[in-house]
Ligand binder design. Structure first.
Ligand SMILES: Nc1ncnc2c1ncn2[C@@H]1O[C@H](COP(=O)(O)OP(=O)(O)OP(=O)(O)O)[C@@H](O)[C@H]1O
Ligand SMILES: [Mg+2]
Length: 283
C-alpha cells in the first residue's frame, strides 16, 4: 500500500541569475512501512526534498500526496497540524527550542495539540536515547550528539506514521549511531512506521529496503533491496575503509568515533541501550 507520493517536485530558490534549482522534477512513491535511505553529495537537494515531504516548505511546482491527499492544498495552519500529527521530522540541525528543556522540547508537538503526554513512551524514549538525568537541561547545556537525540525523541514522541530523518546520526560516534539506527529501525518494524533517512553512512544505507540517490536535484538511482544488495560488497568494503580511517583519526586526535567533535567530558562517553523494552509495550 502506498502512503506517500512525490510528484514532479521542483524547488527553485531565488530568482533570475541567482536562482538555484535545488530539486528538478523528482517523482517516486513510498510504500507504507518502507525504510528508504536517501543518499547524495552535499548540496544535491536531499534536505530540500525531505522538507517538502514533511510539509515544512512549499514546492515551486509539483506536489506531495500523503494517503492520496495533496498536502499543499492545505492552509499553513492545516499544514502545521499535519506536521505535528502525521510526520516526525528530525532536522539536520535539530531545530530545538533554546529556552525549553529536553522534556519540553520532546513533548512540544503533543502539547501544542492539547493532547496528553504518553508518559511511558516519554520515559522509554529518554532511557533509550540515553537522556535520563538530562530531562531538565536546556539545549545549550547538551552535547551536539545529545541534542541530536532530543530531536529524534521529539520526532518519535507521537509515534507518527511517517518518520523523516535528516542525517539523524550525523553527530554521533559509530556505537551511538548504531543504537539510534536500531531504535529507528525497530520503530519502523514494530509500529509499521514508514522511515525515510538521509545519510552519508553506507552502513545505514545497507539497512534500508531501498536506496534513492539524488544528484543535482534529480533522482540518479532508485534501487530496492534486491538490486541494492548486488552493490553490497563494494559498499561494505568502502564502509570498512572509512571506519578504519575514522578510527585511526579518532585515535590520533582523541575524538569520539572520528566525528571531529571533541567528546564532552563526562557526557559523551555515555552509551545507551535500545534493548530495555519494545515499542509495542509503550504504544
Ligand atoms: N533557503 C535556501 N535559499 C537558497 N538556496 C538554498 C536554500 N536551501 C537550500 N538551498 C540550495 O539548494 C541546494 C540544495 O540544498 P540542500 O540543503 O537540499 O542540500 P543537501 O543535499 O541537503 O546538502 P547537505 O548534504 O550538505 O546537507 C543547495 O545548492 C543549496 O545551496
Ligand atoms: Mg542537508
Amino acid at each position: 500500500m502506498q502512503i506517500l507520493s512525490v510528484e514532479h517536485l521542483t524547488k527553485v530558490y531565488g530568482q533570475g541569475d541567482t536562482a538555484i534549482r535545488a530539486l528538478d522534477d523528482v517523482s517516486f512513491t513510498v510504500g507504507a512501512g518502507e525504510f528508504i535511505a536517501i543518499i547524495g553529495s552535499s548540496g544535491s537537494g536531499k534536505s530540500t526534498l525531505l522538507h517538502l515531504m514533511g510539509g515544512v516548505d512549499r514546492p515551486t511546482s509539483g506536489t506531495v500526496r500523503v494517503n492520496g491527499e495533496d498536502i499543499f492544498n492545505r492552509t499553513d495552519e492545516e499544514l502545521a497540524v499535519f506536521r505535528r500529527r502525521e510526520v516526525g521530522l528530525v532536522y539536520q540541525f535539530y531545530n530545538l527550542i533554546p529556552v525549553l528543556d529536553v522534556v519540553e522540547n520532546m513533548t512540544l508537538p503533543v502539547q501544542m495539540d492539547g493532547r496528553p503526554v504518553n508518559e511511558r513512551r516519554l520515559g522509554y524514549l529518554l532511557r533509550t536515547l540515553g537522556l535520563s538525568g538530562r530531562e531538565h537541561h536546556l539545549p545549550n547545556q547538551l552535547s551536539g550528539g545529545q541534542q541530536q537525540r532530543v530531536a529524534i525523541g521529539r520526532a518519535l514522541m507521537n509515534a507518527p506514521a511517517i518518520v523523516l530523518a535528516d542525517e539523524p546520526t550525523g553527530n554521533l560516534d559509530s556505537k551511538n549511531s548504531a543504537e539510534i539506527m536500531q531504535l529507528l529501525s525497530r520503530s519502523n518494524k514494530e509500529l509499521g512506521q514508514t522511515l525515510v533517512v538521509i545519510t552519508h553512512d553506507e552502513d545505514i544505507a545497507l539497512m534500508a529496503d531501498r536506496v534513492i540517490a539524488i544528484e543535482d536535484g534529480r533522482i540518479a538511482r532508485d534501487e530496492r533491496r534486491g538490486a541494492a544488495r548486488r552493490g553490497d560488497k563494494a559498499m561494505r568494503a568502502a564502509a570498512q575503509v572509512r571506519r578504519t580511517a575514522a578510527t585511526g583519526a579518532a585515535k590520533a586526535t582523541g575524538t569520539a568515533g572520528g566525528t571531529g567533535a571533541p567528546r564532552p567530558a563526562g557526557l559523551g562517553g555515555a552509551h545507551f541501550s535500545a534493548s530495555a523494552a519494545t515499542w509495542t509495550e509503550v504504544r
